[in-house]
Design a protein around this ligand. Structure first.
Ligand code: SF4
Length: 903
């Protein structure tokens, strides 16, 4: 449900319309899976939301709207490399096949591994999984989706018998109560959030409850926020199960006809969390809030519980999923409009990875490693040497690499040196591994730095295939840009390697349509209806039909007949077709806090960045919203730890340490701290949070506990700091630094506790190729400023270095504008040393609206002038009138009535 354009802005090019030749494709970021129209316009790429796509109906968020700015070739890996040197495709593929073949022959099939990605298209995923499981004979393939939704997969399998999301996005709009658990939906799945916000605006009776330790932007539409302690969701939902039974909310007919195991689950819940009071105590929230939530859930028929990484990324992740599902099973609220448990995936094609079986514990087409299913897939693939048991899950896989059990690994489209927990362990493993191949579209990442072999892959806009979003809708991602350099499709690279390994007849794919047909045919092979994943209606589509394929939901037993919802009338995928209640005893996170590590570290996303920033980190307007990683800490904890706003903190755990700027906020609870997960060694020094995060995993799903690590926070006080504006990207080696692109230049900030003289030497090494065009030095204060020009008289760099603790007051935008000038005079250069124009310009404040670069100061001025709604602020400033991702922040600045927090 969408309301008018003002309430529901359409994402698209900032000004202008796309032509008739625009290609229909899909966003490569989050699991909402928005449809896009994209076209090339000279050197530019323009995008707009696809009004015909069911996920977004024309809307895009800030990241999707900026996709056209990510298609440049700067930093791309364009040619195959061995040992950092360019080679031809034949040489690199021969080398890769030889090393994998020799390793498997000498040490057995389990000595090789693939680590793949939810960024791959389904066709890429299918071919990689077929090669390693079917023909290399090992299931040592895992995907970074292990970090994303493995607990949901495991929870679905325990309850439903297979991995099904039973509902559709439209259920959020048809519900009367939406419970959002462990998800900052407004930032992580923005279009879904905007659909819900629009529905609530149109139907004020729709109640929203947010369950999250942090007060996030999502709370902007919440009627109630339960700021529970991290990791206590099982207790909250076990208590709800007990309450639903006590309140007479059991749907006896549904439970008796379609489920099994209610007594054991109820017994566990009643024994451990008998009521709201017990839940409140275990969860660290006020009893009144819990009681209100329980009452609302019990008396509302149309309830959707939507959940994401705050549920999944936990050592009790699978139990959390089942604790939620139990509450929907007991009330029979599943599979009907406006009700059901709803897992939203983080990645664009995490669902596609689940379909092809790219998780180490699955086979293909939602089949497992039972003898019967192994036999079935082996016959379909004609692969007698197929793997017959599960492989190693992500964390264990990299442990096996470090231990030497895995000696050759092929990493595709992901950056495990940044994204996996205990990242130092992953780096040690990659450094020790005898053979590391990495397929990527970006040349320099923290992971490609360990590669013996680099394989250039196509990027979004160049590649062609399908992805599946969180509501089981398969959409086409279409190419509209030529392949640059010698980059190739991931499926082609894997198939060529397979041919060289001796499996040519099984990998003779002519293109993605061939692969998709085989994938669909496998889903239908000997499928008598007992397997949920069924694409039989697509198994014989022609190349032309594949090319024009409109979004279609699975299962689709015939073309154009996707099934909407599951389980309203039972029909689960267990042997007796009944759902299973699962007892979920509440337990604490794996590593408790202790006197030396007294704070709980939570990690997550920021609004405008995606994963490890390899694309979004290159778009100035996306970086401006949050240009650096920052520690969020409650004022009381900040005081106790001795850290201050504008300063830095050292964050230490048993696994590692990092340094971050400090943001003091009451939005995190006392005892909790939060750090974003995006920053890598490419954008910050000592800024990668997963160096600190513990590697504990859920015993069932293998998903790491990324949301709970005991840490301590210490003040970090540098002896010098510097700001560099450079035409070219700088690569510092300081104790702390961060860099970000601006319009036509890079802004890099550094700080360290080394002697200022050493610091100045490092800055000179970075920028001192030319003689200064202007210079100011105050040795007594340790203040040193230098402007340099290039050979043609254009601005090359500006340096502000100082040993004071107070930052130099700079107008970086004003300084940066000089990079656009053809040549600077000596007077211009001297003026730049001041850091600010002689007549100060109005401050912008931190960027709120990245589409139109509107800062908080302009928004506050509009509010002071009488703008009382986000729409009125938009009319005055344009903020929030394109993609709408910033509207929660605009509302927060207006001071719209906040939800009540039970904390
Ligand atoms: S909501 Fe997700 S899929 Fe949609 S435009 Fe934003 S990042 Fe892309």
């Amino acid at each position: 449900m969408f309301t008018d354009a003002q309430d529901a802005p359409l994402g698209g090019p900032v000004g202008g319309r796309l032509g008739d030749g625009a290609v229909r494709t899909t966003c490569p970021y989050c699991g909402v899976g928005c449809g896009l129209l994209a076209e090339r316009d000279g050197d530019n790429v323009r995008v707009a939301g696809d009004p015909a796509h069911p996920a977004n109906r024309g809307r895009l968020c800030s990241k999707g709207s900026a996709l056209g700015e990510t298609t440049g070739l700067e930093g791309r890996l364009l040619y195959p490399e061995i040992g950092g040197k360019r080679v031809g495709w034949d040489e690199v593929l021969d080398t890769l096949a030889r090393r994998f073949g020799e390793t498997a022959a000498a040490h057995g099939p389990d000595s090789v591994a693939f680590y793949v990605s939810g960024q791959l298209l389904t066709e890429d995923y299918y071919v990689a999984n077929k090669l390693i499981k079917g023909f290399l004979g090992t299931a040592n393939i895992d995907t970074n989706s292990r970090l994303c939704m493995a607990s949901s997969v495991a929870g679905h399998r325990r309850a439903f018998g297979n991995d099904i999301v039973p509902g559709v996005y439209g259920d959020l709009e048809e519900a009367d109560l939406v419970v959002i658990v462990g998800s900052n939906l407004a930032w992580a799945h923005p279009i879904l959030y905007q659909r819900l916000a629009a529905a609530k605006a149109a139907k004020p009776a729709l109640r929203v409850v947010v369950v999250d330790p942090r007060r996030t932007a999502t709370c902007e539409i919440a009627d109630l926020h339960l700021a529970l302690d991290p990791g206590t969701d099982v207790a909250l939902f076990a208590g709800l199960l007990a309450h639903l039974e006590a309140a007479g909310a059991r749907d006896r007919r549904y439970v008796e006809r379609h489920t099994d195991g209610i007594e054991a689950a109820l017994h566990t819940a009643q024994a451990t969390v008998p009521d709201a009071a017990a839940a409140a105590k275990l969860c660290g929230v006020a009893e009144g809030g819990v009681a209100e939530f329980y009452d609302a859930f019990a008396r509302t028929e149309r309830v959707v519980t939507i959940f994401s990484q705050g549920v999944n990324q936990s050592s009790a992740g699978t139990d959390k999923v089942n604790a939620i599902v139990n509450c929907h099973l007991i009330t029979g609220r599943i599979g009907r409009p406006g009700m059901g448990p709803f897992s939203v995936t983080g990645q664009p094609n995490a669902m596609g990875g689940r379909e092809v079986g790219a998780l180490a514990n699955q086979l293909a087409a939602h089949m497992l490693f039972t003898p019967e299913e192994v036999d079935r897939v082996a016959r379909f693939w004609r692969a007698p040497g197929i793997a017959r048991r599960p492989g190693l899950k992500a964390v264990d896989l990299f442990r096996a690499v470090e231990a030497g059990a895995i000696k050759a690994i092929w990493i595709m489209a992901t950056n495990p040196a940044v994204s996996l927990p205990d990242a130092e362990q992953v780096r040690r493993a990659l450094a020790k591994c005898p053979f590391v191949a990495v397929s990527d579209c970006v040349r320099a990442t923290d992971t490609t730095g360990f590669a013996h072999v680099r394989l250039p892959a196509l990027a979004w806009g160049e590649k062609d295939g399908t992805v599946t979003n969180s509501e089981r809708v398969i959409s086409r991602q279409r190419a509209f840009l030529p392949a640059p350099g010698e980059a190739r499709a991931d499926w082609w690279i894997v198939a060529e390697a397979a041919k060289r390994l001796g499996f040519a007849p099984h990998f003779a794919f002519g293109g993605p349509a061939d692969i998709f047909r085989e994938h669909a045919a496998l889903s239908a092979f000997e499928n008598d209806g007992s397997r949920d994943f069924d694409l039989s209606g697509l198994a014989a589509i022609s190349d032309a039909e594949y090319a024009g394929l409109a979004p279609v939901r699975w299962p689709c037993p015939s073309l154009g007949t996707g099934q909407e919802r599951f389980f309203a009338d039972g029909g689960y995928f267990t042997p007796d077709r009944r759902a299973r209640f699962v007892p979920t005893p509440a337990r604490a996170p794996a590593h408790p806090t202790a006197p030396d590590y007294p704070l709980r570290l939570n990690t997550g996303r920021v609004r405008d960045q995606w994963h490890t920033m390899t694309r979004t980190g290159l778009v100035p307007r996306l970086v401006e919203h949050q240009p650096a990683t920052a520690l969020e800490i409650h004022p009381a904890d900040a005081q106790r730890c001795g850290v201050a706003k504008g300063g830095w903190a050292r964050i230490e755990s048993r696994w590692g340490a990092m340094t971050a700027e400090v943001r003091i906020t009451p939005d995190v609870k006392p005892g909790d701290v939060f750090v974003p997960m995006h920053w890598s060694d490419q954008f910050a020094g000592n800024g990668a949070v997963n160096r600190v995060v513990n590697p504990e995993t859920d015993a069932v799903s293998g998903q790491p506990e990324l949301k709970h690590t005991p840490v301590r926070v210490l003040p970090w006080v540098p002896h010098w700091r510097a700001v560099l504006l450079t035409r070219r990207r700088a690569s510092p080696d300081a104790e702390w630094w961060r860099t970000a692109p601006r319009n036509g230049y890079w802004q890099t900030e550094l700080a360290a506790r080394s002697a200022p003289g050493e610091g100045w030497a490092e800055i000179e090494a970075l920028t001192g190729a030319q003689e200064p065009a202007a210079e100011f030095a105050d040795a007594g204060r340790g203040d040193h400023r230098v402007v340099r020009l290039d050979a043609s008289g254009r601005l090359a760099s500006i340096v502000f270095f100082h040993a004071d603790r107070e930052p130099v007051a700079l107008d970086a935008d004003w300084l940066g504008e000089h990079f656009g000038a053809a040549a600077l005079s000596a007077a211009d250069c001297r003026n730049l040393l001041a850091g600010r124009p002689q007549s100060p310009r109005p401050a912008k404040g931190p960027i709120v609206c990245s589409c139109f670069a509107v800062g908080s100061d302009a928004i506050l001025a509009a509010i002071a002038a009488g703008a009382a709604s986000a729409s009125a602020v938009g009319a005055a400033t344009r903020a929030g009138t394109n993609c709408g991702s910033c509207r929660p922040e605009i509302n927060a600045l207006i001071g719209a009535p906040r939800q009540r927090s039970a904390a």
